[in-house]
Design a protein around this ligand. Structure first.
Ligand code: PEP
Ligand code: MN
Length: 278
């Protein structure tokens, strides 16, 4: 393990040693302060009503960082590609109405320019973990970046992508484990929870877990979310929908509003429990 760590460390300069006063400020909150945090919301923003009804419920559950893609990277060109720039107004209105901080996926440098003024956290999806021009641009701006692990990315490749962002000047990076592709097809992906304690030894960057994409099945979200807490994750990102059965994307791995409410309250108890026994 030490040998592997040393090998990896050779490639990491800006993400290795925690700088003094390291903070990832999102609004007034510093999400690098060690407090567990939840990012929730639909896979995709479908229309104003859908997003606002989810948003209202999340607000009641005490969530203040909300996710929602308006540009969706879909495996098939025939699948819903996101509402596109029409979603910018919805994001703006939701931010104003609910006081949310918004995380949304950026797939290209072109998207970055469009989203820049409207969102608080940029999400780089698994399919773009290797998009070095995009990573470099995100490194040259100040907002936090959620970097999702590529589908078959090794830890070394994952960290090298984070290093791209940090090397260009922005170390406000949240690493996100979202499952990797293995031989098993019972679940959509294999959630590699061991990466959480492993990364903690190599980098100071916070790491969150996405049990929605990590499993592809809503019945596995709760146990994996709780396991993420136990593994030492800094937070989770989970997909929530007001009508999962009718969702335009990823409904099978989205919690209903009520299911999410229950999960959030369970997680909060679990987080307290783990803090106590530490
Ligand atoms: C998403 O978060 O909706 C998404 C597309 O995730 P990933 O990039 O991990 O597949
Ligand atoms: Mn999704």
């Amino acid at each position: 393990m030490n040998f592997i760590n040393n090998q990896i460390k050779k490639y990491q300069i800006y993400i290795k040693n925690r700088p003094k006063n390291f903070a990832i400020k999102v609004g007034k909150k510093n999400i690098a302060d060690g407090e567990f945090f939840i990012i929730a919301g639909p896979c995709a923003i479908e229309n104003r009503n859908q997003f606002f009804s989810i948003a209202k419920s999340l607000k009641n559950s005490g969530i203040n960082i909300v996710r929602g893609g308006i540009f969706k990277p879909r495996t098939s060109p025939y699948d819903f590609q996101g509402v596109g720039i029409g979603g910018l107004g919805i994001l703006k209105e939701a931010k104003k109405k609910f006081g949310f901080l918004i995380a949304s996926e950026v797939m290209s440098v072109e998207h970055f320019r469009l989203l820049e003024k409207f969102i608080d956290i940029f999400q780089v999806g698994a399919r773009n973990m290797y998009n070095y021009p995009l990573l470099s641009v995100l490194g040259r701006q100040r907002k936090p970046v959620i970097l999702k692990r590529g589908m078959s990315a090794t830890i070394k490749e994952f960290l090298s992508s984070a290093e791209y962002i940090a090397f260009n000047g922005n170390n406000k990076i949240i690493l996100c484990e979202r499952g990797i592709r293995t031989f098993d097809d019972f679940t959509r992906n294999t959630l590699d929870l061991a990466i959480v304690p492993a990364l903690k030894k190599i980098t100071y960057l916070p790491i969150i877990v996405d049990p929605s994409h990590g499993t592809g099945r809503k019945d596995l979200i709760e146990p994996m979310a709780l396991a993420a807490v136990a593994a030492g994750a800094n937070g989770i990102m989970v997909e929530v929908h007001n009508n999962p059965g009718k969702a335009f994307s990823d409904g099978q791995q989205s919690l209903s509003l009520n299911e999410f409410k229950k999960l959030a309250s369970k997680i909060s108890k679990f987080v307290d429990f783990f803090r106590e026994i530490k």
